[in-house]
Structure formats: structure tokens, C-alpha cells
Design a protein around this ligand. Structure first.
Ligand code: NAD
Ligand code: IPM
Ligand code: MN
Length: 354
């Protein structure tokens, strides 16, 4: 049966890297993949057209699709908007609306790129970490939230870090299941030394492991130490389990271990049978947007993850990832990787392997 992929190019370099992913999907369709690609406005582009970063119609379209591939959202143009009218608020609403609570962010360093990392080759060559980041809870969504003006005229800003046991268990379960197909090791990050909710996270993750996953080697690490360990000896990690905020920060850090933030894809998944949301972990990169030099690899590998987890085509996912690796092996490099190729030329190099 024909599956549906909804493309949400978004803002800045989002449409530039999405165009390459779309070409890759088009090539696979021409080779027999039963896939229908739809496209809709999202983020700042949607604000410009209809005053909302995510319209109810586009959310319904996303929930009806088999997979959603998002480029990136945000930028200086919309930075002055009220908080809930910003492109980023649309992304949070999309994640919550699709109930994609587990964000898989694989940080793999292709051998060809080991010298593009800011760390020495020996520390990153062969690196293969899988971040499992909780995506629909924590301080991103907790209530109360907001800014109020106090009687004395100063302002008071509040965000609330909150998790329930069921929210922790459902994302931890995904980390444990995925670890079973890898080295079987999970390291969970929190700040249980200063936050009650962090200590509870540690206890709940440990209890689930003890009850249902005795074969998994589970360790716990304070998130600040993990930030240091990621640059000291990143290959010590297999699967890293985090809350929403720590996972955001630590996965950007890991981006640089792979050579560039432009290499890191992601898959946001929820309960079985529901559509997944796929996105590069990078943003709209206003500093390079419009110049046609953004690295499209993260977007293309995000498409591969969609093929693997939502579109029932795991073999094609392997093919697409191999095409990216082959292009890199042949020396294809955008400027972030130390080269001079345009986004489109990098796309040509990837398509040459398909
Ligand atoms: P960013 O990820 O957009 O850029 C950080 C740095 O990495 C920049 O120097 C940029 O040029 C570079 N970079 C990022 N992706 C690249 C690519 N594919 N190829 C080459 N270089 C790349 O982060 P930022 O500058 O802090 O944020 C810019 C905007 O993007 C903000 O509005 C932010 O909210 C938004 N944002 C959106 C997402 C998303 O849509 N998922 C993620 C992060 C940030
Ligand atoms: C990401 C981004 C988003 C996040 C923003 C744009 C809402 O930084 O996907 O990593 O913080 O989750
Ligand atoms: Mn981020």
C-alpha cells in the first residue's frame, strides 16, 4: 500500500536541505517505492501565510500521514513575536500533537569525517552513540510557565521541570529495547544531586530496568559530568537516555563529535502504529541561510530513519545511509565539513550512489 510522507520544509536552511531529501525520495519512488510526498507550510513560513506556526489543518495532515519530515524552523524575522506565536512553539505543538515522546538522535562518526571533528581522530573514529531524548515533557511543557510583572515592577519568569513515572518509563523502555539491538548498555543522565525530579528519574529508570530488563547494563551519570565525558572519551557510551532539555544540549555537543551539526538526524517516535516525526537536529542556521551551502546530510539521513521506522522500508534506509557514506568517502564536502560544495552538489553526490 502506498505510504504518505508529509514534508514540512520550514524556514532558513530548512527548505534548502529538504529539497535534497525530496530529490532522494523522488529517486526511490522512480525505482519502485510506493510513497506519496505531500508538502505543507510550517513554522515561520506558516506564520507569514496564516498567522500561526502550526495550523489545525497541518497538524491533522501530520497525524494522518505515515511519517513527517521537517526541515528546520525559526529565525530573526519571527524573534519579536509573542512567545506562543513563534515558529519554535509550532514545533513543540507538533511534537505534542503527534505524541512522539521518544527522540532518537544517533551520533555516528563516519570514518571519512573523523578529521572534520574538533576532537582528534582517535577519539571519534567509529563513534556510534544513540541518544534517546524524552521529547514531550519536562521543562519544555511543564506548568506553571510564563513571565509576570510583580508589584515592585520587576519581572518574574517561570518554567517547570516535571515528569511522571509513566512518562519516564515509556521513554526508558524504548532506550532499553533499542539497546538490546546494540551493546546492551544504557547511561541515563539527570541532576539527581540538586533536583528531586532528577532523583526520581534515576530511581524510576532503575526500577524499570530491574523489573523488566535485567540483561541491560544500566548506569547513571550527572548531566554536567556527561557533558565533560562526551568530549573526554565519547566512545564509552552506547545508548544515552535523557530528559528533554539535557538531551537537547548534549546532542548538539555530540553533533560536533561527528564532524558537523549538519550530520545529525533524528527520529521522534511514539506508540507503535502512530506516525513518526523526522528532523535534522540542527536549526534554520540564519547565518548561512539563502546561500545554498547548508549540509543536507542530516536531512537525508532523517529520511532514511523515516524509511526504517515509519515507512516499512528498512533495506532502503540502509541504501540511503550507504549513499551518504559513499559520497563522503569520495570527498564530497560542504563548507561546514571543510569543503566547498553547494547543498545541491552534495545532493548530486548522494544521488550518484542510489
Ligand atoms: P542552528 O542549529 O540553526 O545553527 C548553529 C550553527 O550551526 C550555525 O553556525 C549554523 O550555520 C551551523 N549549522 C547548522 N546546521 C547546519 C547545516 N545543515 N549545514 C551547515 N552548518 C549548519 O542553531 P541557532 O543558530 O542557535 O538557531 C537558529 C534558529 O533555529 C533559532 O530560531 C532556533 O530556535 C532554531 N532552531 C530550530 C531547530 C529545529 O527546527 N529543529 C533546531 C535548533 C534551532
Ligand atoms: C531541537 C531544537 C528545538 C528543541 C527547538 C527549536 C524547539 O533545538 O530540535 O533540538 O529545543 O527541541
Ligand atoms: Mn536543539
Amino acid at each position: 500500500m502506498t505510504k504518505t510522507l508529509l514534508l514540512l520544509p520550514g524556514d532558513g536552511i530548512g527548505p534548502e536541505v529538504s529539497a535534497v531529501a525530496r530529490r532522494v525520495a523522488g529517486r526511490l519512488i522512480s525505482q519502485g517505492l510506493a510513497l506519496q510526498v505531500e508538502e505543507a507550510l510550517f513554522g515561520g513560513a506558516s506564520i507569514d501565510a496564516c498567522q500561526l506556526p502550526l495550523t489545525p489543518e497541518v497538524l491533522a495532515q501530520a497525524k494522518a500521514a505515515d511519517a513527517v519530515l521537517m526541515g528546520a524552523v525559526g529565525g530573526p524575522k519571527w524573534a519579536g513575536q509573542p512567545y506562543d506565536k513563534r515558529p519554535e512553539a509550532g514545533l513543540l505543538a507538533l511534537r505534542a500533537g503527534m505524541n512522539v515522546y521518544a527522540n532518537l538522535r544517533p551520533a555516528r562518526c563516519f570514518s571519512a569525517l573523523a578529521d572534520a571533528s574538533s576532537l582528534k581522530r582517535v577519539f571519534v573514529d567509529g563513534l556510534d552513540i544513540l541518544f534517546v531524548r524524552e521529547l514531550t515533557g519536562g521543562v519544555y511543557f511543564g506548568e506553571p510557565r510564563g513571565v509576570e510583572t510583580l508589584a515592585d515592577g520587576q519581572r518574574r519568569g517561570v518554567n517547570t521541570h516535571v515528569y511522571t513515572t509513566s512518562e519516564i518509563h515509556r521513554v526508558a523502555r524504548i532506550a532499553f529495547e533499542l539497546a538490546r539491538g546494540r551493546k546492551g548498555e544504557v547511561c541515563s543522565a539527570e541532576k539527581g544531586n540538586v533536583m528531586e525530579a532528577g532523583l526520581m528519574w534515576r530511581e524510576d529508570v532503575q526500577a524499570l530496568r530491574d523489573a523488566e530488563y535485567p540483561d541491560i547494563k544500566l548506569s547513571h551519570m550527572l548531566a554536567d559530568n556527561m557533558a565533560m565525558q562526551l568530549v573526554k572519551n565519547p566512545k564509552q557510551f552506547d545508548v544515552i537516555l535523557t530528559d528533554n532539555l539535557f538531551g537537547d544540549i548534549l546532542s548538539d555537543e555530540a553533533g560536533m563529535l561527528t564532524g558537523s551539526l549538519g550530520m545529525l538526524p533524528s527520529a521522534a517516535i511514539g506508540d507503535p502504529g502512530t506516525p513518526g516525526l523526522y528532523e535534522p537536529i540542527h536549526g534554520s542556521a540564519p547565518d548561512i541561510a539563502g546561500r545554498g551551502v547548508a549540509n543536507p546530510c542530516a536531512a537525508v539521513i532523517s529520511l532514511a530513519m523515516a524509511l526504517r521506522y515509519s515507512l516499512g522500508a528498512p533495506a532502503l534506509a540502509d541504501t540511503v545511509e550507504a549513499a551518504v557514506e559513499a559520497a563522503l568517502d569520495k570527498g564530497a564536502r560542504t563548507p561546514d565539513l571543510g569543503g566547498t560544495m553547494t547543498t545541491a552538489a552534495m545532493g548530486d553526490a548522494i544521488l550518484a550512489g542510489l
